[in-house]
Every structure is written in C-alpha cells, then in structure tokens.
Design a protein around this ligand. Structure first.
Ligand code: NAD
Length: 246
C-alpha cells in the first residue's frame, strides 16, 4: 500500500485513462477525489471504486472555471483531510486541419487541456506548499512532442502542458513538490474511438510494441510518479507509447 494515507485528486476521472488512474492509485491505498464535468458517470465510477473498498468522493467541477476549482480544492482538503497528489488528466480533442479549424475549437481545447491544468495546479499548490510535499502529474501526449496533422490545437495544448510541467517543477522543487508529465501514445478509450479506421491503422503501424496502449498502461506510469520510488524525479516527460516516439 505505497499510497496509504494519501489523497489523490484526478480530473477527468469518470472514464477512460482517468478512471484507470483512480482504480490504480486507489488499489495502492490512496483516497480518491474524483473530479469530472459529467455528473452521472462521476457518481457511477465513484460507486465502482467504493465497491472495491477504495475511499472515493465524486466532485462535479468544470476545470475551466477557476473559482469553482479554488472551491473544489478547499472542499477536498476539508472533506478528505489533505491533498497530496494532483493528476491533471481532463482533456478533449476537436480535430481538424488548421485551415478548417474554428476559433471555438482552438479556444475550447486550450481552455480545458491547458488552462484547466493551470487552474488546478494553482489551487492545489497552496495546500501542497503548506504541507511542503506533493506530487503533480500532468497528462501530456506524444503529439505535444511531435505535432500531428489535424491536431494543431490539441498538440499546442499538450506542448503547453510540457512547458507548464517543467516551469512548475522548477518553481515548486524547493517546496517539496515534484511535477512530472506522462505522454501517452495511442491508447484505446472513448477519445480514440472517434478516430477514423485509416488514422487507427496509421497509428498501429508506427508502434514498435505492435499493440495499442490500455488506460492501465498509463495508470501504471502515474502510480510510479505518484509513489515513493519517484522521489528524485521532477520536470520529466515519461512516454507511455509502445515505442512510437523515440
Ligand atoms: P476521455 O474522453 O475518455 O476522458 C476524458 C474525461 O475528461 C471525461 O470523463 C470528461 O468528462 C472529462 N472532462 C472533459 N472536460 C472536462 C472539464 N472541462 N472539466 C472536468 N472534466 C472534464 O479521454 P481519455 O482518452 O481518457 O484521455 C484522458 C487524458 O489523456 C486527456 O488529457 C487526453 O488528452 C490524454 N491522452 C489520451 C490519449 C489517448 O490515446 N486516449 C493519448 C494521449 C493523451
């Protein structure tokens, strides 16, 4: 139980990668603050965790709303006792070629993927600095490193996440807070379910380990970065991509 007595807040925890992270951190002893914008699936996932004897509270919050996020962090500390691990996982795609990309698709992706992580980091930093310890894990993507045709908005947001990770790692290091990013490759979730068959085949042809990743593959990396074995690691981007980008 390497995460016993830790409280982990996971944004976008209702489904996909976030849900797998909630299960994995919970399985290793963490109490889970499960944050999502979808009320019903957040509650359903929280119930699922409780049935496995994992302490879990669902919180319905839009990560874009800075005031709501500030209240959320206060509520989590009041209700659950502390805030030790923050996983900035909520994210969306609105793919299109740049010349067809609508302003609102650019703005929405940047707001949720990048500003959302900023809002949560800023609000979580206060209790973590006070405790002089904490772990922040940001969900980037390999396309934040390589770029991807049809994903200018999404890759820019994920490249931004990498910059946010490195800057906050430097700012928070003296306060005992480690900040790292995980960059998944092609992981099968509802998000990638929207891809065309052609895009899926294209991704699979470029994976040396010859299979798509699972949400659990990503959750394992997050558990490592959240746990005691990663105490001397900060400002890093850990790729979980079957070797797609190297
Ligand atoms: P998903 O769409 O299955 O889940 C995303 C979750 O985020 C949903 O539960 C959704 O309700 C929640 N969410 C969306 N907007 C929100 C908001 N404003 N406030 C709070 N919650 C919000 O996606 P996923 O595949 O599980 O992706 C999770 C993260 O991993 C994302 O940041 C994504 O960019 C990243 N990622 C995914 C892949 C992949 O192949 N699936 C690859 C690289 C990176």
């Amino acid at each position: 139980m390497i995460l016993e007595n830790k409280v982990a807040l996971i944004t976008g925890g209702a489904q996909g990668i976030g849900k797998a992270i909630a299960h994995e951190l919970g399985r290793h002893g963490a109490a889970i603050a499960l944050v999502d914008i979808q009320t019903e699936s957040a509650q359903a996932t929280a119930e699922e965790l409780k049935q496995q004897d994992i302490a879990c509270e669902p919180f319905v919050t839009d990560v874009v709303d800075a005031d709501a996020v500030a209240d959320l962090m206060k509520n989590v500390v009041d209700k659950m006792g502390s805030l030790d691990i923050l996983v900035n996982n909520a994210g969306i795609t609105r793919d299109n070629l740049l010349v067809r990309l609508k302003d609102e698709d650019w703005d929405q992706v940047m707001a949720i993927n990048l500003k959302g992580a900023f809002n949560c980091t800023k609000a979580a930093a206060r209790p973590m600095m006070k405790a002089r310890s904490g772990r922040i894990i940001n969900m980037a993507s390999v396309v934040g490193l390589t770029g991807n045709a049809g994903q200018a908005n999404y890759s820019a947001s994920k490249g931004g996440i990498i910059g946010l990770t490195k800057s906050t790692a430097r700012e928070f290091a003296s306060r005992g807070i480690n900040v790292n990013a995980v960059a998944p490759g092609y992981i099968e979730t509802e998000m990638t379910g929207e891809l065309t068959d052609e895009a899926r085949t294209n991704f699979l042809q470029n994976i040396p380990l010859q299979r798509p990743g699972t949400p659990e593959d990503v959750a394992n990396a997050v558990k490592f970065l959240a746990g005691p074995d990663a105490g001397y690691i900060t400002g890093q981007v850990l790729q979980v991509d079957g070797g797609m980008v190297m």
